[in-house]
Write a protein that binds this ligand. Structure first.
Ligand SMILES: Cc1cc2nc3c(=O)[nH]c(=O)nc-3n(C[C@H](O)[C@H](O)[C@H](O)COP(=O)(O)O)c2cc1C
Length: 343
């Protein structure tokens, strides 16, 4: 039987348990996208706390790919020192280090940046922070695909163990994957393979730079919370068209494509992840308001998902994994020696 606290491998990557820290923007980088002491302490602490995999926040592959002016960046060699330090801090305490490569698309609110998307559709006209995006022409598509590839090259040099491509939450890739935001009539349109051509090209560019023995995963929004938008079944069907590519797992999230509110409750995305797993056969990472180890363990034991992610719970309680192991009565060997007397 599978359990939360067993060692597990994803490609060549050995993880000490099935707990993944979800990527979470800290909006704390400097104006050039560089990491600083905040990131070093924040990520190091989650590794000390026992997570198996720490995926660092949405990291922009282009400066116009930032959500805010304080996002982390990977579009320039000058970002390397900060990213290498984050990796070193995470790995020092036994967690593995993942990075989420991202492009904000029409949700970029950085003042002087141009805004791009699959189609020229506003995210939210009522909110002056959002600009009307330009529909990407073929040259711009090539540029962004290349930027993801170069980002992957830098991620490798920085020492990351895993790449997650951010295809969720209404950011650039998601504007291609949702029928609500992709109104293109060319090959990149939703009518052709559910709008997956852009993501296909990005996966290929990333895989060109990212060795085949290292895991690569994609985060998707499995529901747009709109009758005409994506559902878990629809996004799973779209992902199936990519089954010839070397993708190791799908990180199942939801929402963000349109301003519709996410209907959340404890475990609200678990059923979505289960559906994506069932239809695609991919390994999945499931989460969303998981606050108890009992809920996390149930998901793994019943094989509803292969990993669970924790976001907000780890913000407030970085030691959740160590405490959770004790609750389940599982012996782990990575409680820091300095903290062994906590019980
Ligand atoms: C402060 C904060 C920042 C976030 N930033 C990102 C991000 O950079 N990339 C992403 O895919 N999701 C991001 N999310 C969503 C989380 O990864 C996660 O999916 C969501 O919070 C639901 O999980 P939870 O209930 O365990 O927090 C963010 C969430 C929070 C609270």
């Amino acid at each position: 039987m599978k359990t939360l606290f067993e060692e597990v491998t994803l490609k060549n990557l050995k993880l000490r348990n099935r707990i993944v820290m979800a990527p979470m923007c800290m909006y704390s980088a400097d104006l050039d996208g560089n990491a600083n002491e905040w990131h070093y302490s924040h990520y190091e602490t989650r590794s000390i706390g026992g997570a198996g995999l720490v995926i660092i926040e949405a990291t922009a592959v282009e400066s116009r790919g930032r959500i805010s002016e304080n996002d982390l960046g990977i579009w320039n060699d000058s970002h390397m020192d900060g990213l290498k330090t984050i990796v070193r801090k995470i790995k020092k305490h036994g967690a593995k280090a993942g990075i989420q490569l991202a492009h904000a698309g029409r949700k970029c609110v950085v003042k002087d940046e141009s805004v791009i998307a699959a189609s020229a559709l506003h995210f939210d006209e009522a909110d002056a922070n959002y600009k009307l995006p330009e529909a990407m022409d073929l040259e711009t598509i090539d540029e962004v695909v290349k930027a993801f590839g170069v980002g992957a090259e830098r991620a490798l040099k920085a020492g990351f163990d895993l790449i997650e491509i951010h295809g969720a939450h209404g950011y650039l890739i998601n504007t291609f994957l949702s029928p609500l935001t992709n109104k293109r009539t060319d090959d990149y349109g939703y009518h052709n393979q559910y709008g997956t051509l852009f993501l296909r090209r990005i996966v290929e560019a990333v895989r060109n730079a990212w060795p085949s023995d290292k895991p690569l995963q994609i985060r998707v929004s499995a529901s747009d919370y709109d009758a005409k938008g994506n559902t878990p079944e629809k996004i799973a069907t779209a992902l199936k068209t990519l089954s010839d590519l070397d993708i190791d797992a799908i990180d199942v999230s939801s929402g963000g494509v349109i301003p519709a509110g996410v209907r959340s409750y404890d475990g609200y995305q678990l059923k979505m992840a289960e559906t994506v797993k069932g239809i695609t056969g991919y390994k999945v990472i499931a989460g969303g308001r998981i606050k108890s180890v009992e809920m996390a363990e149930e998901v793994i034991k019943n094989e509803r998902a292969d990993f669970i992610f924790l976001g907000r719970q780890l913000l407030i309680d970085p030691y959740f994994p160590i405490k959770a192991a004790a609750t389940l009565g599982v012996e782990i060997d990575y409680t820091p020696v300095q903290y062994k007397r906590w019980k």
